[in-house]
Design a protein around this ligand. Structure first.
Ligand code: SF4
Length: 164
């Protein structure tokens, strides 16, 4: 199966702080989850993608949050710069790849204003989480791509096995 995966989860240094969120090297993930993740990588066709970099933002970059989470969306970075266009462009490029390559499932980084599938920060830069989706996760799900986060690897595995 073809799977779109947040580049940072694969160990690429694309995060706002120039680091990654590698599942393989994060101590809080159990050995069995890491093993399952590695099996998924080996047995499927992986498309690594970072919407924020694809949308033209640099590495490192000032962290951003969604300050208005419905249309028209507004995303600002911590300095107050409006980066909405970059986030929209990154989301559109992610969807374009999914359509072009017929990708029906994605594993995206939780809590990100682009990739988060269940929670995002509330736009006040005070580390407060609220229910909501990042722009890319939202656009993919609106267009029929099933999105999991890194804490849902077992669910992703079940989805792959059920939909092979
Ligand atoms: Fe990772 Fe997504 Fe943020 Fe890129 S936009 S660093 S892939 S969470």
């Amino acid at each position: 199966m073809k799977i779109l995966i947040s580049s940072c989860l694969l160990g690429e240094d694309v995060r706002y702080d120039g680091n990654n969120s590698s599942i393989a090297f994060t101590p809080s993930f159990t050995f069995s989850i890491k093993e399952l993740f590695m099996d998924i990588l080996c047995e499927n066709e992986i498309y690594s993608f970072c919407p924020e970099v694809a949308g033209g933002l640099p590495i490192p970059r000032t962290p951003s949050e969604i300050v208005k989470n419905d249309k028209p969306f507004i995303i600002k970075n911590e300095k107050g710069d409006d980066v909405t266009i970059n986030f929209l462009l990154g989301a559109k490029k992610a969807l374009d790849i999914c359509i072009e390559e017929n990708i029906k499932v994605a594993l995206l980084k939780s809590k990100s204003p682009s990739c988060g599938n269940k929670q995002i920060y509330d736009g006040t830069f005070t580390s407060k989480l609220i229910e909501g989706q990042g722009l890319t996760a939202r656009l993919l799900e609106e267009n029929g791509v099933k999105v999991f986060n890194e804490n849902e690897i077992k669910d992703l595995d079940k989805f792959i096995k059920t939909n092979k």
